[in-house]
Write a protein that binds this ligand. Sequence first.
Ligand code: MG
Length: 263
Amino acid sequence: MKWFHDGISLDDFLAKVSSSKQRVLFTDYDGTLAPLMYNRNIAKPYSGLVEVLNQIAAAPNSQVVVISGRSLHNLSSVLKMGSEIEMWGTYGWELQTVDGKRTTWPISDGARGAMYEVINWAENEEISTYLEVKTASVSLKWHGTDAKMREHLMELSLRIMKPLADKVGLELRNFDGGRELRVPGRSKCDAVEHVFDRLKKDNSAFAYLGDNVSDEEVFEVIGERGLRVLVRTHERPTMADMWLRPPRELKRFFEAWLAALNA
Ligand SMILES: [Mg+2]
């Protein structure tokens, strides 16, 4: 664990969690609750985390909100919670509320056509195996491939994806182990703001935990409104307030959060 600020300590923050009327724990999934894996279908949460998160979700005036780049369908196949939690999929394009109701924000025909162009490009280059297609994004992933293939995919993505993104009007984003073309218009930040709008601003405490570039965007938007936690095996330059190494420090953080809720 490493704290990046002098002004406030983790104990101060947990005291705020204890005394607030609404407590929200926002967290990313891949790389945060679960290890980053090439085969994402087997990326299960670290041992013991779901149990603590269930207790946090079930505590009074307390919510757990998972915000992922995965589709909701895919997220629910790996994250099986006993309690109701709010889940956001595909970077804020899909929402499942605690009562199970699902909402998908519509993407335009133009954006859908643009995604098909990317899919066709990947088929022509014979790299479809490394492509993941979601509601509003197409990702090229080299995490877990051998060095030669990684180099090939990185080179292709550098040479082709940027002009392709410009041509078809998609946003190019890097992430650990790949590059992605996203339909513009929504992001994880929209999911967080959506939840904020529901909160009584003056008496709430929240933290956002994440590992990747899309989470750094959220850290920036949150600013000083909440605790920003980078979860990662290795430290890197970040906008976060603190850094936790998964899984042990992360589990301890959740346990401390739970203790603060019950204090
Ligand atoms: Mg992640």
